[in-house]
Design a protein around this ligand. Structure first.
Ligand code: SAH
Length: 353
């Protein structure tokens, strides 16, 4: 039994079942036993691999996309160059290397990382070397300035609530106890005004998910971009319009029972891009478009060919495999999508039009 499991069992015994969102928040970010507090989840020795960890090309192309958007908007100085949930800091390091030659970009950029885990903050500090950077707890602390932001696989880690439609309303998924062990259950049906629009496109028995933390984060980013200029790239797996149960656990690169080892497995849910886009106005949005389409339009084929010139043998093979993994529809190419936020009346970032 993990230490967090013992804590959660005690809590449920004392106060009753907890919402799935509370379970997810405790498992991921509990200050002592949370997954991101205690683990470095990325790479071959971890539980999952993300696009920036697969190839340097991901961070390079995202960096050039943001830098071009910055140039298109008149190269405002200073500006906030932000990343939400930067993991090991690999993406920001690749982005900064790729943009070294963009005149004025580094001098104007205030590199800002929004990260909850002190352990990962230390990893990010190491990845950025001597490059100046500051860390913030939330997007609400971002300064009033033009904002160029990237969030890769951040929104899928935000806690979700899950509801099953019932003739009498909606039953929320709860985590309670069965035979002394954590178990899923459903709360009694209640009509919920906020879910009224979903009555039109669901039938009793169908499940939907809501991520309450996501829209306020998008709204805060959108407000800054509308007021001061900038752009945001939100890349994640998911779709348009939440449907069905997408809550999942990953441990050692394999799917796991999400209740089996609280705090020791990564928990995620698919991102509902519709809910994100709806929180942006008056800021403009573009996409979501498939990750493979975005990377192809940003020039991954040429960049991959260039890098391949210096490689041979197994290094060359794994470089080709990484390119395929990022772009192929059978791999990350279509499941992962990119949504852009940009100021109303200004062009969308490169790759989105
Ligand atoms: N973007 C990285 C890491 C994705 S994992 C990559 O692509 O490799 C999710 C990241 O978001 C981790 O760094 C995690 O610690 C951070 N995170 C999760 N929930 C958060 C929250 N509520 N506030 C800030 N950071 C959070």
């Amino acid at each position: 039994m993990t230490p967090l499991e013992a804590l959660l069992i005690r809590r449920v015994k004392a106060a009753g079942p907890i919402r799935l969102a509370d379970y997810m928040a405790e498992c991921l970010l509990h200050p002592e036993h949370g997954y991101y507090t205690t683990h470095d989840p990325f790479g071959a020795g971890g539980d999952f691999t993300t696009a920036p960890e697969i190839s340097q090309m991901f961070g390079e192309l995202i960096g050039l996309c943001l830098a071009q958007s910055w140039l298109d908007q008149g190269a405002p100085s200073p500006f906030t160059l932000a990343e939400l949930g930067p993991g090991r800091g690999t993406l920001m390091a690749d982005l900064l290397r790729a943009t070294t030659a963009v005149p004025g970009f580094h001098a104007a950029a205030q590199v800002t990382l929004i990260e909850a885990s002190p352990r990962l903050r230390a990893r990010q500090r190491a990845a950025l070397g001597s490059h100046p950077a500051r860390w913030l707890d939330t997007v609400d602390a971002l300064p009033e300035a033009p904002l160029f932001l990237i969030a890769n696989e951040f929104f899928d880690a935000l806690p979700i609530r899950q509801f099953t439609r019932d003739p009498a309303g909606w039953c929320e998924t709860m985590v309670g106890l069965k035979g002394g062990a954590l178990a899923f259950g459903l709360a009694p049906a209640t009509p919920l005004a906020a879910l009224e629009p979903r009555l039109a496109d669901t039938a009793p028995g169908e499940r939907i998910e809501v991520c309450p933390a996501a829209p306020p984060i998008i709204a805060a980013i959108a407000r800054l971009i509308t007021a001061h200029g900038g752009a945001a790239l939100i890349i994640d797996y998911g779709g348009w319009h939440s449907r069905g149960d997408t809550f999942q656990a990953l441990r050692g690169h394999a799917y796991a029972d999400p209740l089996a080892a609280p705090g020791a497995a990564d928990l995620t849910a698919h991102v509902d891009f519709e809910a994100l886009a709806q929180a942006a106005p008056p800021c403009a949005t573009a996409g979501p478009i498939p990750q493979g389409t975005l990377l192809t339009r940003l020039g991954i084929v040429a960049r991959a060919a260039r890098l391949a010139q210096n490689l041979s043998g197994t290094a060359l093979e794994s470089h080709h495999a990484a390119t395929r993994r990022l772009t192929d529809p059978q791999e990350m190419g279509t499941l992962f999508k990119a949504l852009a936020l940009h100021p109303p009346g200004s062009p969308a970032p490169p790759g989105f039009d």
